[in-house]
Write a protein that binds this ligand. Sequence first.
Ligand code: ADE
Length: 230
Amino acid sequence: MKIAIMGAMREEIDPILEKFESYKTFEYAGNVFYTCTYGVHELVIAYSKIGKVFSAITASVMIERFGAQVLLFSGVAGGISKELKIGDLIMASALCQHDVDITAFGHPYGFIPEGSVMIETDSDLRSLAAEIAVDMSIDLYEGIIATGDQFVASAERKAWIEKTFNADALEMEGASVACVCHNFGIPFFVLRAISDSADGEAGVDFDTFLQSSAQVSAKFILEMVKRIGD
Ligand code: ADE
């Protein structure tokens, strides 16, 4: 199977690339794509750059140009739920865009006509992740992830996102990748390790914990790749 693994930042895919002795490199549409084989699977790996637009480009290219049949996103997020501490893992049950606002026309926040506020991730991939978490004795949280083109570092904004979308974590790429995969009919999975709590300390915490949390997520994603198709 051709599996896409993507992150938003170099730090999110470096721990994955480090696992491979050799890979091919392709430059296309403003990104670098790395391809290699892993067991029975072919992988295409890339980081998109931050935000919904760049991540949508990268996901589209992975599917259309590289023929990805499944997409796994690995990275970090700001925690909303009080249960989530720095370094904890959350897999998205569904994702939404917290910065979409056409409420002036009577629509709910996050809604775009002919779309939906929430896009669900693939349930088979979530079940596989839950099994792996049990096998590895890891606490894997499942919940709603809200995406927007904002680094959230404010208790007020975080509280609004929690109240409006019932979200457990937030980041800047998941929902756009979800939108691409949903529209192309590609099963997808979004995993994030918490790097900060999206409050006044978020900037400092993000810088401190980006690498360590990105590694936690990447390690789990590699385990998933090993077991996809078992
Ligand atoms: N990714 C990790 N932390 C984040 C935050 N506080 N806001 C947006 N994206 C994030």
